[in-house]
Design a protein around this ligand. Structure first.
Ligand code: ATP
Ligand code: MG
Length: 406
């Protein structure tokens, strides 16, 4: 992609009312746009990151045997009345509206109810189970305070997976596998070292649930690390271990055992070999994609801007043409990299070198390739690592080999 064609531009200042670091940096870098408090649009650069995160999650959900669907955001109030969660005192973040005919509808905050009801049409026997179903879907939540940028949106995309098991043992086995899948996801997006499997309250569903909490000052939760090696912690809402040190953290994902609460209320039953009927045992497993992206920004950025891990970077290489004379060589390097399938953002704009450096550091693409007087002279590329600032000289071929094998 040629940067001269990119409609977004970087900015020196974030909007005045933007107090969160993640949104301030992402807005300045042109990755997202703030529509209003807690409501953000994803622009080309931001969407590329978002889609990479989505694909990392999708791979892990498919490996768990999950089947992907996309349920509706517009919700029939009837099914929520049946489960007892339509009332604002039960779910306090509902956005509700009504049809012209007068009946109530809600904008989805989560999807246990509609999916459970849907499955009553497909599940009747033990042969139909176990199964796992997931989606990437827009949730609406009328959050009271939305000052954390894309960590807490009023509209946001969640990956939500729901598991349906015949026995507690079958459920527990899936639950453990889901923990591992979540670990893999947080490792891949670059926050594994600061993300803890955290024992939390089970809410109204079960004694405990598990949250994946990432330690960051931007977090709204507090956890106590109980085992640093195993990356385990406890949420302060359930326990405060002796001598434990408190850390601020953000919940990037959670997993819940739901038992038979929804299946009983919404009549999702299955018959065993002998024909005896029992309610299906359920679990739910959420990750907010924007929250995850914002957390990576909070954890990995520095005083110059964002630092993307290569797995989710919008492009692998940011190629900067620094002078008019360098343009021809830069064009050639761009073509060679692209022909190898390497994702390159090519800063071919007519701008000062200093401006290009600052923008590249702000945007956070992992490898910067600088083409100026030096490169013209030596025919070697100056290759700079965004995270460490280390510079190396190498040939285009060496760079290609490094990118394709690293
Ligand atoms: P929190 O306590 O932070 O409000 P929650 O308990 O409401 O989170 P869930 O309802 O279980 O979270 O949602 C599942 C996942 O969706 C969370 O782990 C988080 O990653 C994400 N999430 C929840 N609320 C938001 C939001 N307002 N904006 C972005 N992501 C969110
Ligand atoms: Mg919430």
């Amino acid at each position: 992609m040629r940067q001269s064609q990119l409609f977004t531009k970087t900015r020196r200042e974030a909007p005045k009312d933007e107090v969160s670091k993640n949104a301030a940096l992402l807005i300045r870098a042109g990755f997202i746009h703030k529509e209003m408090a807690g409501v953000y649009s994803y622009l080309p650069m931001g969407l590329r990151v978002f889609k990479k995160i989505e694909n990392i999650i999708r791979e892990e959900m498919n490996a768990l045997g999950g089947q992907e669907v996309e349920l509706t955001a517009l919700q029939d109030s009837e099914v929520w009345k049946k489960s007892g969660r339509w009332e604002d005192k039960v779910i306090d973040v509902w956005f509700k509206t009504e049809l012209k005919s007068g009946s109530d509808v809600g904008l989805a905050t989560t999807h246990e109810e509609p999916l459970t009801r849907l499955l009553t049409e497909y599940v009747s026997s033990y042969r139909d189970l176990p199964m796992a179903i997931y989606q990437f879907q827009t949730k609406f939540r009328n959050e009271l305070r939305s000052k954390s940028g894309i960590l807490r949106g009023r509209e946001f995309v969640m990956k939500d997976l729901y598991s349906f098991s015949r026995t507690q043992e079958e459920h527990d086995e899936f639950y453990e596998k889901a923990k591992n899948a979540y670990r893999n996801i947080f490792n891949k997006v670059g926050i594994g070292q600061v993300t803890y499997l955290t024992k939390a309250s089970g809410g109204s569903f079960s004694k405990y649930s598990h949250e994946f909490q990432t330690v960051t000052e931007a977090g709204e939760d507090t956890i106590y690390i109980t085992d640093e090696d195993k990356k385990e912690a406890a949420n302060q809402e359930i326990e405060k271990p002796d001598g434990g040190e408190a850390h601020k953290s953000i919940e990037v994902g959670n997993i819940f055992s739901l038992g038979t609460r929804f299946s009983e209320k919404l009549d999702l039953m299955f018959a065993d070999e002998k024909g005896a009927k029992s309610p299906v045992i359920m679990g739910s497993y959420g990750i907010g994609l924007g929250r995850l992206m914002g957390t990576v920004v909070e954890v990995l950025s520095d005083d110059k801007g964002i630092v993307w891990p290569k797995e989710i970077a919008p492009f692998q290489v940011h190629l900067l043409s620094l002078t008019d004379e360098a343009k021809k060589l830069a064009d050639e390097v761009y073509e060679s990299l692209v022909s190898q399938g390497i994702e390159v953002l090519y800063d071919d704009r007519e701008a000062r070198a200093g401006e290009k450096f600052a923008d590249a550091d702000l945007m956070g693409i992992p490898t910067q390739v600088l083409i100026g007087a030096k490169a013209l002279e030596s025919k070697m590329l100056e290759v700079k690592d965004r995270a460490t600032g280390n510079e190396k000289e190498m040939t285009t071929d060496n760079l290609i080999t490094q990118l394709l094998t690293g």
